[in-house]
Design a protein. Structure first.
Ligand code: ADP
Ligand code: ZN
Length: 679
């Protein structure tokens, strides 16, 4: 184990194992058959990469996605480990290089797509090269009932038997059925040593908000996180396009992504997202499994996801590097109607529909939660943690009032109108409004007419939404979404149970979400300089920024400010090879030989609000230096120009054009204006 700990720091540059990793690495290195279930971002790859270096022979890694394999191979090579992949995406030269490394006995890890197992020569190849261990990534792909089923995964068990070597299987999918299937298919039913790690992702901040001008909410959230990589999940293809355009209008680098796009266009977006630092992708759930970017800083849902599992998986793409990441999930009554209708209208058998409703209910329960979101979320996965201190409800506990009376009024309106109407008309009745529909149905003669005047329309909307969210009422698909009471509501109607409702759901949506800073104010300029250095190196090497160093590593550098190579080596993520390659360059940045020393024009603004404005303008112009697409002619603004803009009293496009001139206004105007008007 000492050897492993040593390699952990010298090769991978980590000074400690993440929770659970040490035991898994030990078992895999010992040659046990292992099944490890770890949450996304838990650090699964290390659990087979490290043993691969400790054991003799080649470790064969089966992984379902070419993009993921390529990234891992690239990252391993960057860390000085001989690794290669045999996939259909290889060029001939790449394949030749892999075989050469195999022939010369240099290769430690060989990545392989499952399709390759179908070809006759593979077994003899793997025998010949001395395969010592099989590692299976995304092992749930063996499950025929899952969404990710890959028939070729069924050949892995046979391969294990034929080679007679240990097998280590990894997945983030924990449910008991999938686990049993993996054991049956990969291990012939003989129980492997199993590790089940907790599902918490403590670095991810959780937040929900009721929809209230959702487009503005998303733009506000993204605007407060300018320059950070993020994903906005949308329920429809059309919305991905309009949101991406709206984000671009605000000066963000943003693209749309959905399954209706040409494969080439989709790949181009995936590539840009992986490669760039700070791109936003507005996507449907089609943007998912191929994404292996560890430094996604935020995930927003413009619409409610389909179930609690989808929610967990989608927010889980954020912050895999362990640095703070943020999420925001918007939801409204329309989302609930849409998701219920999708389930009801599906062709699934009834018990499956009931299960899907239950999974949706779990998510709605989370959306309308009255206490710590993480407790609610992990409770669903069978864990029972303390309040987390890293969710919106821990940040500001909701104001809860006894809603029993209000809910009974609403239920009474529903029942007395024969469960035939939606929330809009029911609200009219409760408010005592004299509409045509009310009059023609003689609903003004009901005893419920006008009993709800103590609340206004938005408040009643919030009440109905919460009632749907708590599954007290459900839209009836056969009757155009008319609300029907469920059995859950009966005890409340009969006065046997009370119910607490949130008062603030409508109001909170208005307060603008503040971004959490990754580092303290005083370290922010250094972090920006380190990132700029990283970007320059990444562009020169044509690799994604995180392959040089992850955000987390840069954050630690900015906070600990290493002065020597020794101290630099002590930073998480700085292994021997990277220290050798990049250590000196980053030390120079820390030592203050920053690429952009503070300009006198900026110094004059120090300590004033214009100073911060100047820094944001500077960043925006750096991002747009080569235009939106990154391919334009380089263009920049002088420090004194920026200082002048930061000091503008009432900025609009015309004044900007007066200061910047035509060409610069075209390139930077919209981004600058949105920063100035944001302020
Ligand atoms: P997953 O479990 O989702 O496959 P990865 O293996 O991609 O996760 O790891 C997620 C991130 O965590 C990567 O950026 C990886 O470099 C980092 N990581 C893994 N192990 C450690 C560790 N012991 N210390 C610090 N960072 C780690
Ligand atoms: Zn919490």
């Amino acid at each position: 184990m000492d050897h492993a700990a040593q390699l952990l720091s010298t090769v991978f540059g980590f000074d400690a194992f993440r929770p659970g990793q040490a035991e898994i690495v030990e078992a895999v290195t010992r040659g046990e058959n292992v099944l490890a279930i770890m949450p996304t971002g838990g650090g699964k790859s290390l659990c087979f990469q490290l043993p691969a270096l400790c054991r003799s022979g080649v470790t064969v890694v089966i992984s379902p996605l070419i993009a993921l394999m390529r990234d891992q191979v690239r990252a391993l090579r960057e860390a000085g480990v001989e690794a290669g992949a045999l996939t259909s995406g290889n060029t001939d030269a790449e394949t030749d290089a892999v075989f050469r490394a195999l022939d010369e006995d240099r290769l430690r890890l060989l990545y392989m797509a499952p399709e390759r197992l179908a070809s006759g020569g593979t077994l003899s190849l793997l025998r010949r090269i001395g395969t010592g261990l099989i590692a299976v990534d995304e092992a749930h792909c063996v499950s025929q009932w899952g969404h990710d089923f890959r028939p070729d995964y069924l050949r892995i068990g046979e391969l294990r038997r034929a080679l007679g070597v240990p097998l280590a299987a990894f997945t983030a999918t924990a449910d008991a059925e999938t686990r049993a299937e993996i054991v049956a298919k990969l291990f012939d039913g003989a129980d492997p040593v199993t590790f089940l790690r907790g599902f918490d992702r403590p670095n991810i901040h959780l937040a929900f908000a009721a929809k209230n001008n959702p487009r503005k909410q998303i733009l506000g959230f993204a605007g407060a996180r300018r320059g950070q990589s993020g994903i906005v999940y949308c329920a429809t293809r059309a919305k991905t396009e309009t949101l991406a355009a709206a984000l671009r209008d605000e000066g963000h680098a943003a693209c749309a992504y959905h399954a209706g796009m040409q494969p080439d266009d989709r790949r181009a977006v995936e590539f840009r997202f992986q490669q760039e630092d700070g791109l936003i992708v507005a996507a449907t759930v089609a943007f998912g499994m191929g994404i292996d970017k560890p430094d996604i800083r935020w995930v927003a849902h413009a619409d409610l996801p389909k179930s609690i599992e989808s929610y967990y998986q989608e927010i889980g793409r954020a912050g895999r590097d362990g640095a703070p990441a943020e999420t925001l999930t918007l939801f409204g009554a329309d989302d609930i109607r849409l998701r219920r209708a999708q389930i009801d209208e599906s062709l699934a058998p009834d018990d499956r529909k009931a299960a899907d409703h239950a999974r949706l209910n779990a998510l709605l329960g989370l959306a309308e939660a009255l206490r710590c979101r993480r407790q609610t979320l992990l409770g669903y996965f069978g864990e029972d943690p303390a309040p987390c201190g890293n969710c919106d409800l821990c940040d500001s506990p909701p104001e809860v009032f006894d809603g029993t009376e209000v809910v009974r009024k609403a239920l009474s309106a529903i029942l007395r109108t024969g469960e035939s109407f939606g929330a809009g008309h029911l609200t009219d009745i409760l408010l005592g409004l004299d509409t045509d529909k009310v009059r023609s149905r003689r609903h003004d003669e009901l005893p419920t007419f006008g009993v709800g005047r103590d609340l206004d329309r938005p408040q009643w909307q919030a009440v109905f939404r919460q009632m749907m969210g708590r599954d007290l009422v459900r839209p009836d698909p056969a009757r155009h979404g008319a609300l029907r009471m469920t059995d859950t509501a009966r005890p409340i109607l009969r006065g046997e149970e009370t119910i607490g409702l949130r008062r603030d759901m409508v109001k909170t949506a208005r307060s603008r979400p503040e971004a959490r800073a990754l580092v303290s104010d005083e370290n922010a300029p250094l972090l920006a300089a380190l990132k700029a250095k990283r970007r320059a190196l990444a562009e020169a090497a044509r690799v994604p920024a995180y392959v040089i160093f992850t955000d987390r590593t840069l954050i630690e550098m900015a906070e600990r400010r290493p002065e020597t190579l020794d101290q630099m080596a002590g930073i998480n993520g700085v292994g021997a090879k990277k220290l050798d390659r990049y250590g000196a360059a980053f030390l120079r940045i820390v030592a203050g030989e920053a690429p952009a020393p503070v300009h006198p024009a900026r110094m004059k603004l120090a300590g004033r609000s214009e100073g911060a404005l100047y820094d944001r303008l500077l960043q925006a112009q750096a991002e747009l230096a080569r235009g939106e697409a990154g391919t334009g002619k380089p263009l920049s603004c002088s420090a004194s120009l920026l200082a002048k803009i930061a000091s503008l009293k009432s900025p609009d496009m015309d004044t900007l054009a007066g200061v910047l001139g035509e060409r610069r206004t075209e390139r930077f105007g919209p981004a600058f204006l949105s920063i100035l008007q944001d302020d």
